[in-house]
Design a protein around this ligand. Structure first.
Ligand SMILES: [Zn+2]
Length: 290
């Protein structure tokens, strides 16, 4: 059974770079049946952003890539923007902790403005470095993260969380930060989830699963919301560091080949979860009207 024509096929987290494959990777995604990409911003130069203008230029690059992908491949792209949490660690070493935190806070405000102007659908990636940081830095990172939650509350949008692996307590802590800011836990997405988390373990926080074959098999019967992602990095220097952009449509096709019952489950990550977390009603590009 081929992929149903009216089913959107969604990669919930990827990066594209002007110095990588860019539109070519999106064309491969489209050729395999992919229809929608959530495109997270990233640093496009080796230098860590030092000013708000650096972040503005970065977000604009993401926006330009999104536009080119839409125009040249027909894939619908949803930009997700925020200052990368790890930037704070590097910027602190260069300009000091206070100035680096202040820059993160202002860049989060800028990202919030983009959401309000409908130039982005969520704040991401926000969160904490996935490696140990010093006792001096930890409170600064937390301050920036709490600010991210308050911006998400103000502009009423989801947050895409970068962090190390989370256990049950880690999910509970995120849900607590959300509650303190008045953000529903269901608007908090833990990206790069590499193990299945049960509904009780995740405290309402939404996992975005790395689309490895085994993991997809484990989670595909689970009630939503949950997503599938590749975290494609589009970095020619690191091929195979994460999954290829063709992976989510390939997994969807493998499931569709098992019959209509298995195929019906695909609406959970690709339609229902996108509607619940983002409030977006997805339709495949062919089916969308003028
Ligand atoms: Zn990412």
């Amino acid at each position: 059974m081929p992929l149903p024509r009216d089913l959107p096929i969604v990669d919930h987290h990827c990066h594209l770079s002007p110095s990588g494959e860019g539109v070519t990777a999106a064309r491969r995604f489209r050729a395999l049946g992919g229809t929608h990409l959530f495109l997270a911003t990233q640093n496009y130069t080796p230098k860590v952003p030092r000013s708000l203008d650096d972040y503005r230029a970065q977000f604009e690059t993401t926006e330009q890539l999104a536009r080119r992908v839409r125009e040249e491949t027909g894939v619908v792209v949803f930009p997700v923007v925020a200052p990368y949490p790890i930037d704070l660690v590097h910027a602190a070493a260069e300009i000091g902790g206070a100035a680096a935190t202040d820059l993160q806070v202002r860049a989060l405000d800028l990202a919030g403005t983009w959401v309000r102007e409908k130039r982005a659908v969520a704040l991401g990636e926000v969160g904490r470095p996935h490696f140990p940081i010093s006792d001096d830095l930890a409170p600064l990172v937390d301050r920036a993260l709490r600010h991210a939650f308050s911006v998400a509350h103000d502009v009423d949008c989801p947050l895409v969380i970068h962090s190390g692996e989370l256990d049950e307590e880690g999910f509970r802590e995120l849900a607590g930060l959300a509650r303190a800011a008045g953000v529903p836990a269901e608007r908090v997405v833990k990206h790069y989830a590499r193990e299945r988390v049960s509904a009780t373990e995740r405290a309402g926080v939404v996992p975005s699963y790395l689309a490895r074959r085994e993991l997809v098999r484990e989670v595909r019967e689970d009630p939503g919301p949950w997503f599938l992602e590749t975290d494609f990095l589009d970095d020619p220097a690191r091929p195979g560091a994460v999954l290829d952009l063709g992976t989510v449509p390939r997994r969807a096709l493998a499931i569709a080949e098992q019959g209509p019952e298995a195929t019906a489950r695909l609406v959970v990550p690709f339609v229902e979860s996108v509607a619940r977390v983002y409030g977006l009603e997805l339709r495949p590009p062919e089916a969308s009207g003028p």
